[in-house]
Write a protein that binds this ligand. Structure first.
Ligand code: 13P
Length: 263
């Protein structure tokens, strides 16, 4: 298949549906959601698409315990930029790795906005994760005003180049990118499948220019922002969209499983 940027070998690329629970649920509710998702997931044996669940830190262990024998993966929502020591309240990448946490979201727009996370800080977090064999799910995406001013490509290009382009080819291959237009997060306003496809193709082109065709074609690029049971299938059908990073809808086991089955 040729998408205008060269040959696309989709067999090499992993399809992924990841749920970001954000700061929701108490322990009992989290346990119940894990159990319901596991019931729906049943004895699926396929690693493609990959299902990832990213609960808040205190619920990671119940997640890794309950999914131990399954192909479901557990991810964290953030990580410290420090490797360890006197940083009260922080959680290191080495701690995540020691708990069998395989993925970690970094650079989410909510952290960029509410916790003033800069591209430089996110770059350090990405490095910590890669050094500790935890796969970063790197989020990027423009604000509404930036899109209104036609700056969406420029913004995404700087976010990616400032936090990722110091990585070697071998390093960047161990990462997943999530395009989450900020205006679509939690608003019910979804990017159209064509808008998502256009940005994903652009990101792949950036990777091809900076690295090579193989890196670009093998990168899983997820869409996030009001993705739900109604729109997932159409968004996931686009050739450069490899799945989704799901917020609100991931709190409903039925909806999340339905989205997972939407390829
Ligand atoms: P919503 O699916 O609730 O819009 O959230 C998307 C998101 O931020 C996932 O990281």
């Amino acid at each position: 298949m040729n998408n205008g940027f060269g040959f696309v070998n989709l067999d090499m690329r992993k399809k992924i549906v990841a749920g970001n629970w954000k700061m929701n649920l108490n322990f009992q509710e989290a346990e119940e959601i894990f159990e319901s998702i596991i019931d729906l997931y049943g004895d699926e044996d396929s690693e493609n698409p990959i299902m990832i669940i990213c609960p808040p830190y205190p619920f990671l262990e119940v997640g890794t315990d309950l999914t131990d024998e399954l192909k479901i993966c557990i991810g964290a929502q953030d990580v410290s930029s420090h490797s360890g020591g006197a940083y009260t309240g922080e959680v290191s990448a080495a701690m995540l790795d020691s708990m069998d946490v395989e993925y970690c979201i970094v650079g989410h727009s909510e952290r960029r906005k509410h916790f003033n996370e800069s591209s430089a800080l996110i770059k350090e977090k990405v490095e910590q994760l890669l050094e500790n064999d935890v796969c970063p799910i790197f989020c990027c995406g423009e604000q509404l005003e930036e899109r209104q001013h036609g700056k969406e490509f420029e913004v995404v290009k700087s976010q990616i180049s400032e936090s990722l382009f110091h990585l070697s080819k071998d390093e960047i291959e161990n990462l997943v990118i999530a395009y989450e237009p900020v205006w679509a997060i939690g608003t019910g306003l979804t990017a159209t499948p064509d808008q998502a496809e256009e940005m994903h193709a652009f990101i792949r082109k950036l990777l091809k220019e900076k690295y090579d065709e193989k890196v670009a074609e093998n990168m899983s690029i997820l869409y996030g922002g009001s993705c739900n049971v109604k729109n997932a299938r159409e968004i996931f059908s686009k050739p450069n969209v490899d799945g989704g990073l799901i917020g609100g809808a991931s709190l409903s086991p039925d909806d999340f499983y339905h989205i997972y089955k939407s390829f």
